[in-house]
Design a protein. Structure first.
Lengths: 454, 750
């Protein structure tokens, strides 16, 4: 912490350099960012690419960089003027006119756990440490903040997350409500949407328990509750009883259940998404937002992966004599090119794209220099986030990375700023304060990236 | 906007100019003006606070805001002066055209300001700041008067309906003896949303109840407890039996607030409450029946004595201490968890005085397998964590704020924080094999470790970048070479009977667990601006605890026997708004482990926990998670505990346990989990197949689950169900069981 003191010497040292490192443009930008606009996003689908996809092999190709840096894959043009993408994303190339890219995402967290926490919460971790342990001191997930500030009133859960709890050794923080309280935790689904028998055990009455019998039980429960009359004078007891009402209507009316019922989808559409956990998870995300869920987080994988062609995330270091470019071409990239375009099409066909913000990003990017394993390591200083729908511009790029996609050349965007942008698009003021356990006021977002808002 | 383009004055020019303006003023201005000349360290600083500029969410943020940073809530006038006047090349002040100064233009909104308009051009704040700028924006002076005393009147208040507002007045006295009314310049904050407060210090009721107003002016804060009450017109205090000193203090407060306590609860409620609070389990049907049927004098007192002797007492209170002492497998190793937990339980079982228990923890070194108390430091692995944890657990004090800046709501400075932490700096670990199950997980420590005292560097204060010297929190320095070694000295200092924070925070911990709400709430947040809701009672309990030589059972006994512990939860007209003065029993959802054990007891179906033998009660589980979920799926018991808020034990804070309610919990109670337990209940099968009448089996179920007989309405309704069901009584009995296990009366302490 810089602490100016009132000594002549200190003043000379700080001199004219701007004690606090601020520059005029930044100040002006800060002053003007309070502009108001009409939010278009009703829902967010957050597709979290665990492990860290390479910016250089997806959406920030550097075809003119030296071979030690550039992707072995070609850059191809896309449906958006001037935007090139990786040749292994040909379907995605046809949808880039829906997309805003932020090519200057930047932070300094080199570990999966700390960077993952940063990406999922929009708050800088206290340390860049694999030991960062999930605790109530750390910041909640975006969806929990949404549930805290703008909860659903339509009977649907506000925040649903699936199909994994992600971890790298320890569980990555910011997958739940943390200090906001358990009631803002996501409805967490750990069943596999690609399982033919996929359903939510919580959302089905147990075998042998008919609706009639359930209702009989509820009537008896009400009768018992009338005796002690706790409901009359305890708001907490009354609140708990309200959950019974909600739970029973969820179990019996079927609105929520049917949102999770993938068997209701035609085979053709299920095939379009691909019969994979991630593919069916993307389809489920569409069903959920269609039925009114506000924030859906889909985790690409449960582990950082990167060593196999049939599972895991994007963490392709080339360890154990594996090679990145013998993996991503068979697994991560084709999977992406099948799911993301399908999701965008599906949302568009149903008229949902304009009100659904899709965010596709990892916790960091990968090193510009190809390493000795012909692969890439962690690189948080510059990577790309993809946003589509929900009121963002189509065919737009915010920020430019340098010639090696190593650092932002202009307009850097932090995870705080991206958080602000997501909240802003949802109509939540990013300057809103929430309070942690020490009653410390915390602002939910940084500076909105207003450029990308249509 | 022009001011942006003006070349900032050079440093020497600035100093010259301010001196010159000052001199000119001295020479030319009438003396009258001198008296009102705004001083940076008083008028300007108080405006920066009043306008919220230095709030934690604005420029007081650790990273500032928009490139401009002030000290948090005006803790450091020199810093703020440098930041305002020299910072950003002096762009914020314009000596030629003071009204063009960015700091004024931003505040009144003529230049866009993300923080909005703070005051308008006609305000006194604007006027004073402008004047200060005109006079050359002079900085803080070493010899200028300091705030000596802040007097707030009233210092406490009871506001009776229909009155709904209270005007506060604030007077500041300075070190030069001058004093003035600063009501409009002081900052006001309330501890809850039960009232609102205007900028001019008018507090207005939002709902009936108690609130604390914190009045802040410059570097002083005063807490003002305010109660908004609505006594019935015909209210007359009815004398209540005072069983012990607890009642005396609670009643005298209630009486002053025209609140009558709810009457004593009935025997069914008392026996249930006493069992749940003291030993964390239900009375059996027989125990409940016997107690209610018993007509002997003093049976409640006998019940309390008996409960305090039961072995479940140690189980249940070991659970509470294990929560805050981080008894958790990853960091302690499963064997360490078992040993540490068993040690805690043994301390309770053997009635080891609480001060001695704490001393053992604070001085706990050696092998974590041979000396279980050493696990306290095994779990708290660096000096600042040890300092924070010890302050929170043993002194009821949250120090974290002071890690980065002086505590904004309390007296602790950053210096205090690091000097306290460094008392715990001379600790090292001998780590053995550490064969982690997961080599990536650096939180995991497997196997034995030795905690030892070692010569290590003292903790460095990051602000001054200097090594600190050890000093007790709010006490004296500790010097190397004193007769007691450092940890001995710390332990002795913490647990001294004269150490008010220790005694009161420990008493408050027990009170919270028995009554559902701390006298100081939250229990780890003793501070000047968070006074106890009944200070006299807290003092008396502390005296009692010392007098009884830190005997936890004696403390619990005096609480449980008091008249107020025996109150019904049902409100009266006069106490319906009271949440904080203990005029009726609090209704709270029971802890996860207790609830699960209650289900198991009623149904005769033990819950299963991964890694433990069947039959272990949930409250007896030593740690958090014995088996990694990826090795083996968690069991239904584990899932229940997690859903209902069993803590992960990562924070050394009671707050980690959640007694909140949510939808997921209810889905579990309606769905598979509980349903299966009911379906497999041997108790229900036995009852259904027994020779006993329908009414008898219902009565048995009610006594065992709710500690009371069914009412006539309940009997009537169940009778009807049995009649329509025919010969198989089991499904009906299962439905009744589901209903009683889901009754709020079952799930909540009442």
């Amino acid at each position: 912490m810089l602490k100016p003191t009132f000594s002549r010497r200190a003043m000379l040292r700080i001199g004219g350099a701007g004690v606090l490192g601020l520059t005029m443009p930044k100040l002006m930008q800060a002053a003007e960012s309070g502009t108001s606009f009409k939010p278009r996003a009703k829902s967010v689908i957050f597709l979290f690419q665990w492990g860290g996809p390479s910016q250089l092999d997806t959406f920030d190709m550097k075809p003119d960089a030296p071979s030690t840096i550039r992707s072995p894959y070609r850059a191809i043009s896309s449906s958006a003027d001037g935007i090139q993408v990786c040749e292994l994303l040909p379907e995605m190339a046809k949808r880039m006119h829906h997309v805003s890219l932020i090519r200057t995402m930047t932070h300094t967290m080199k570990n999966h756990a700390s960077a993952g926490y940063y990406a999922l919460s929009g708050h800088e971790p206290p340390s860049d440490d694999q030991r960062l342990r999930d605790s109530l001191d750390l910041y909640p997930a975006y969806g929990s903040v949404v549930d805290h500030l703008a909860p659903n009133t339509n009977g649907m859960p506000t925040f649903v997350a699936y199909p994994h709890v992600i971890r790298d050794g320890s569980i990555v923080p910011a997958q739940h409500a943390s200090f906001l309280g358990k009631r803002h935790d996501p409805l967490l689904v750990l069943e596999d949407p690609n399982d033919p028998n996929f359903n939510l055990p919580e959302l089905s009455l147990p075998n042998g328990l008919s609706v009639e019998r359930m209702q009989r039980r509820r009537e008896l429960q009400k009768l018992v509750d009338q005796q002690a009359r706790l409901l009359d004078f305890s708001a907490e007891a009354q609140g708990f009883d309200d959950y019974y009402q909600r739970a029973i209507s969820m179990l019996t009316s079927g609105e929520v259940r049917s949102a999770f019922d993938l068997s209701d989808e035609a085979d053709a559409i299920r095939d379009r998404y691909g019969r994979t956990s991630y593919g069916q998870s993307c389809l489920l995300a569409r069903r959920l937002v269609e039925s009114g869920v506000k924030f859906v987080t889909v985790y690409f994988s449960n582990s950082i992966g990167g060593r196999r062609v049939n599972e895991g995330g994007w963490d392709t270091h080339g360890f154990d004599n594996t090679r990145m470019y013998k993996i991503v071409d068979k697994y991560q990239l084709p999977l992406t090119d099948q799911t993301l375009p399908t999701l965008l099409d599906d949302l568009e066909e149903r008229g949902l794209l304009d009100e659904t913000l899709v965010v596709w990003m990892g916790e960091f990017g990968r090193t510009p220099n190809i390493n000795k394993n012909e692969s890439r390591d962690h690189w948080p200083q510059c990577y790309t986030a993809l946003l589509a729908g929900g009121g963002v511009k189509g065919g737009f790029v915010h920020g430019t990375s340098d010639e090696a996609a190593k650092f932002p050349a202009e307009k850097p965007v932090t995870p705080e700023d991206l958080a602000a942008t997501i909240f802003q698009l949802l109509g939540i003021d990013p300057n809103t304060e929430i309070y942690d356990r020490s009653n410390r006021p915390l602002i939910i977002g940084g500076e909105t990236v207003s450029d990308i808002i249509a | 906007m022009k001011s942006f383009l003006l070349k900032p004055p050079s440093l020497s020019l600035l100093m010259f100019r301010s001196t010159a303006v000052f001199l000119m003023c001295v020479l030319l201005c009438p003396t009258k003006l001198l008296a009102t000349e705004p001083r940076f360290e008083i008028e300007v600083m108080s405006i920066l606070s009043k306008a919220g500029c230095n709030a934690g969410t604005c420029h007081g943020n650790l990273n500032g805001k928009g490139g401009f940073k002030l000290s948090l809530r005006g803790q450091d006038a020199e810093y703020d002066y440098a930041s305002l006047v020299q910072g950003s090349r002096g762009r914020r002040v314009n000596f030629v055209l003071p009204a063009e100064s960015l700091m004024l233009q931003k505040a009144i909104g003529t230049v866009p300001h993300r923080g909005g308009i703070r005051f308008d051009r006609e305000s006194a704040e604007y006027e004073q700041l402008n004047q200060w700028l005109q006079l050359g924006a002079v900085g803080p002076k070493v010899d200028s008067p300091r705030l000596a005393n802040l007097q707030v009147s009233p210092s406490a208040a009871v506001v009776r309906a229909p009155e709904e507002t209270l005007q506060i007045s604030v007077r500041a006295t300075y070190s030069d003896g001058s004093s003035r009314d600063v009501t409009s310049r002081a900052c006001y904050e309330l501890s809850n949303l039960d009232a609102s407060v205007s900028a001019d210090g008018e507090v207005k009721r939002v709902k009936f109840g108690e609130t604390t107003l914190i009045v802040r002016y410059l570097n002083q804060q005063v807490a003002v407890p305010i109660a908004f009450i609505d006594p019935p017109d015909d209210f007359v205090w009815q004398e209540e039996q005072q069983i012990n000193f607890v009642d005396h203090h609670v009643f005298s407060k209630l009486r002053s607030l025209s609140i009558q306590p709810s009457p004593r609860c009935d025997d069914s409620t008392y026996v249930r409450r006493a069992f749940l609070d003291a030993v964390g389990r239900l009375p059996t049907a027989a125990e409940a029946r016997d107690f209610v049927a018993n007509t002997a004098e003093g049976k409640r007192s006998k019940l309390v004595d008996a409960l305090l002797e039961r072995k479940e007492f140690s189980d249940y209170w070991a659970l509470k201490f294990a929560d805050i002492l981080r008894v958790e497998e990853k960091i302690l190793d499963p064997r360490g968890v078992d040993l540490f937990h068993a040690w805690i339980r043994t301390q309770l079982h053997n009635r080891v005085p609480h001060d001695k228990f704490v001393r053992s923890l604070v001085t706990g070194t050696g092998s974590t397998f041979d000396q279980p108390a050493a696990n306290f430091y095994r779990a708290n692995r660096d000096a600042t964590t040890r300092g924070e944890t010890s302050a929170r657990l043993f002194l009821g004090t949250r120090l974290q704020c002071a890690k980065c800046h002086n505590h904004p709501f309390d007296r602790w400075t950053q210096d205090d924080y690091y000097r306290w932490s460094t008392l715990f700096s001379q600790i090292d670990y001998e780590i053995g094999d550490n064969k982690r199950k997961d080599k990536l997980d650096k939180n995991e420590f497997a196997g034995e470790q030795t905690v030892r005292v070692a010569k290590k560097q003292e903790v460095r204060n990051p602000t001054t970048n200097e090594l600190t010297s050890p000093k007790f929190l709010g006490g004296d320095s500790w010097k190397p070479g004193e007769p007691e070694e450092r940890l001995e000295a710390v332990a002795k200092w913490i647990t001294a009977p004269e150490n008010e924070l220790f005694v009161k925070s420990q008493v408050n911990f027990v009170w919270y667990h028995m009554m559902g709400l701390g006298l100081v709430d939250p229990i780890d947040d003793f501070r000047l601006t968070n006074p106890a809701s009944n200070p006299a009672l807290l003092d008396a309990l502390a005296d009692h605890f010392v007098e009884k030589r830190f005997d936890i059972r004696a403390l619990i006994r005096v609480i449980m026997l008091s008249r107020i512990y025996q109150s019904s939860s049902r409100p009266l007209k006069s106490n319906q708004h009271d949440e904080t003065s203990y005029s009726r029993a609090l209704v709270k959802r029971l802890p996860a482990e207790v609830l699960l054990d209650m289900q198991s007891d009623v149904l005769g179906t033990p819950a299963s926990f991964a890694g433990y033998p069947v039959g272990l009660r949930a409250v007896q589980i030593p740690g958090v998670k014995r088996v990694r979920s990826r090795d083996k799926g968690t069991n239904t018991g584990d899932r229940f505990l997690r859903t209902f808020g069993k803590p992960e034990r990562i924070l050394a804070c009671d707050c980690e346990r959640s007694n909140e309610t949510n939808l997921q919990q209810v889905l579990g109670l309606i769905g598979k989990g509980l349903n299966e337990r009911i379906a497999n209940s041997p108790v229900l099968v036995e009852l259904a197949n027994s020779e006993r009448s329908d009414q008898e089996i219902v009565e048995q179920l009610y006594w065992s689950a709710l500690s009371r007989p069914p009412t006539n309405a309940e009997l009537g309704s169940t009778k009807q169900l049995f009649e329509t069901a025919g010969s198989d009584r089991l499904p009906v009995l299962q439905d009744i069981a589901w209903a009683v296990l889901n009754a709020k009366e079952f799930l909540f302490r009442n």
